[in-house]
Design a protein around this ligand. Structure first.
Ligand SMILES: C[S@@+](CC[C@H](N)C(=O)[O-])C[C@H]1O[C@@H](n2cnc3c(N)ncnc32)[C@H](O)[C@@H]1O
Length: 304
């Protein structure tokens, strides 16, 4: 993580625990493991609100109300990539820049899991050209509406956005060359189902590059039970060994971590008020969680 990226996270932490604190999720202290569909509903509501209200977390005056561009440069997008996007496609919701490592080729079909307002689908559509396709899946209608409008703005007719859940992809088996996803799988209660679905839709030998949050150590139960921490991409995250175990069980090999950043240390340094608030609310000490929440980007391949 460069100094720039740390600085830009300070500007806006859309996946931070206190984002949207003025619009509290309804399920107070629901334990995610005990109420998975309730957490999915919270996630859909939160991201629907973000899509409806514009480019910042909860509207232009929340979360610092700063530009998405420096945030995205900080997590790895190039200025050239960002310049190619229509306004509103980049909501600053990712935790990495997986598409560059995925390197889509002309003519390929690329699938983006949890496509938001379309940032990675539109970049993939450009890379695969007219003979290829880029497909985004999202469960939030407001995000899909925004993504389709963004594709129309740039005439990306090879980009398509489908409503659906990552646990049951509306995609034909063995129809996709490459899969990507940016800061989404941590929000899905049953991650093993997601990887099984990715294996089903990828062609033999197909590849993936994903950015996501994983845990290097369990979180205190007080944070695990916190809804803000769940929709803020922290407590929905799985232990790294379990996460990669599910990936391997789904039939993936050649797993390689390309980037590994201490997500909460970054938050502590750069947005101490946000980090402090989640600790205070849940009565947690820094030492109990330090180093455990990781923002990673990894690649893997389905057996040929
Ligand atoms: C943190 S945002 C990331 C959006 C996009 N990848 C980006 O980088 O801007 C998470 C997105 O995943 C979607 N999502 C979360 N859980 C999902 C699920 N189980 N099935 C389908 N979409 C989901 C949300 O609606 C939201 O648009």
């Amino acid at each position: 993580m460069t100094a720039t990226s740390v600085e830009t996270k300070k500007a806006k932490s859309c996946c931070g625990p206190e984002c949207c604190a003025d619009e509290a999720p309804k399920a107070e202290a629901a334990k995610p493991a005990a109420a998975p569909e309730r957490m999915v509903a919270e996630v859909r509501e939160k991201y629907g609100r973000i899509a409806a209200e514009g480019g910042s977390c909860c509207g232009p005056n929340s979360c610092g109300g700063t530009s998405e561009v420096p945030v995205s440069l900080g997590i790895g997008y190039s200025p050239e990539e960002l310049a190619a996007l229509p306004e509103g496609a980049n909501l600053g919701l990712g935790c990495g820049a997986p598409l560059a490592a995925l390197a889509p080729r002309r003519g390929e079909t690329v699938l983006d899991l949890g496509s938001g307002a379309g940032i990675d689908v539109l970049l993939a559509a450009r890379a695969v050209g007219e003979e290829g396709r880029a497909i985004g899946i999202d469960m939030t209608p407001e995000m899909l509406k925004k993504a389709r409008a963004n594709a129309a703005k740039v005439g990306a007719w090879n980009a398509e956005f489908r409503e659906g859940r990552l646990e049951e992809l509306p995609v034909a088996s063995a129809s996709v060359d490459a899969v990507t996803s940016n800061c989404v799988i941590n929000l899905v209660p049953d991650k093993s189902k997601v990887f099984a679905e990715v294996a089903r839709v990828l062609r033999p030998g197909g590849r993936l590059v994903i950015s996501d949050i994983v845990l290097d150590g369990a979180l205190p139960e007080r944070i695990e039970r916190d809804v803000y921490a769940y929709v803020g991409c922290i407590s929905g995250a799985a232990l790294r060994e379990r996460y990669f175990g599910w990936l391997r069980a789904a039939g993936f090999a050649e797993i390689e971590v390309l980037k590994d950043v201490d997500y909460l240390a970054m938050l502590k340094d750069t947005a101490p008020e946000e980090a402090g608030a989640v600790l205070e609310r849940t009565g947690t000490k820094w030492e109990e969680i330090e180093g455990r929440v990781r923002s990673i980007t990894f690649r893997a391949r389905k057996a040929a």
